[in-house]
Design a protein around this ligand. Structure first.
Ligand code: PDD
Length: 285
């Protein structure tokens, strides 16, 4: 049975869903997106993702085709129609179809496109949580507005492919000697029980999982330091981990062939993963 997806006001079988070849998302990557995790059929960090979506749209002067309530209703309807209890709901807004031009089209006569679909897969029972992931560091190839969650993802894909070519799970991107973030996640170290992560700026995406985890960790009594760190500093950390809507908290056990700690997932990362999942299950809406 095919999935039901949502495109511009309609719920359709995925093979019938269509977007114009003139859509600016297709021609200019002129679009923004959000990935929201689903646990027990409910949305995790729902408000955080909607707020970041609003900010992304506003930074790009992109009109929104729907308000938060409408988006939420579509998300829930898709979960219901596809019977998704665990996985994600993906949302994308583009500036819509317009004659090709580098100028934005007139918002009065252009209709932004809205697409949502679901993906069902286990998030909690992730074998990588037990094994940890291995990362390769690569030069950060992206633009300088990484704080906006645009669909311009080819540089991240290139970095991820470079990691795969070396038999690694993901790439950590490096700018001016300091790690910015993973290809689709935020990065953290643990040193002397302190949690260290890069501070927010235009250089990284303000991860929603990052924000929630830092709040839960602080409540649990961990000291948090928001500072940049080099590859060497990361390699000598006691533990390292990543966060994202789909990874939650995942341990990193190797950086450029150097083992982190003893090369096995550490206790702080494990505890934070448990904490994030417990709080998400409790708060999911
Ligand atoms: N990626 N940094 C980047 C570059 C990302 O693409 C993501 C998310 C994150 C983590 O953000 P959050 O915690 O809000 O998911 C950080 C999503 C999951 C994706 O592109 O599939």
């Amino acid at each position: 049975m095919s999935r039901t997806v949502y495109v511009n006001g309609e719920y359709l079988p995925e093979e019938d869903a269509k977007i114009s070849i003139f859509d600016r998302g297709f021609l200019f990557a002129d679009g923004v997106y959000e990935v929201t995790a689903v646990l027990h059929g409910k949305l995790v960090d729902k408000q955080g993702h909607l707020s970041r979506l609003r900010r992304s749209l506003s930074e790009l002067d992109m009109p929104s085709p729907a308000d938060d309530k409408e988006i939420e209703a579509i998300q829930r309807e898709l979960l219901r129609r596809n019977n998704v209890t665990e996985g994600l709901v993906y949302l994308q807004i583009t500036r819509g179809p317009a004659e090709r031009s580098f100028f934005y089209p007139d918002p009065e006569t252009t209709h932004p496109s809205l697409v949502l679909f679901t993906q069902a897969f286990p998030l909690i029972a992730n074998p990588k949580a037990e094994q940890g992931i291995k990362v390769l560091t690569v030069e950060d190839l992206r633009w300088t507005r990484r704080d906006i969650k645009t669909v311009q993802l080819l540089p991240s894909s290139m970095c991820k492919m470079a990691a795969r070519a070396q038999g690694k799970d993901d790439a950590w991107m490096v700018q001016d000697g300091y790690i910015t973030e993973g290809t689709s996640n935020n990065v953290f170290l643990v040193k002397r029980n302190h949690i260290i992560t890069r501070r927010l700026s235009n250089n990284i995406l303000p991860g929603i999982t990052r924000a929630s985890l830092l709040a839960y960790a602080e409540e649990a009594g961990y000291e948090i330091q928001e500072v940049s760190f080099s590859v060497k500093e990361a390699q000598s950390a006691e533990e390292a981990f990543i966060t994202s809507a789909t990874a939650f908290v995942l341990p990193v056990v190797e950086i450029d062939g150097h083992l982190v700690g003893n090369g096995r997932p550490g206790p702080v990362g494990r505890r934070l993963r448990e904490l994030y999942i417990a709080e998400s299950l409790r708060r999911a809406e």
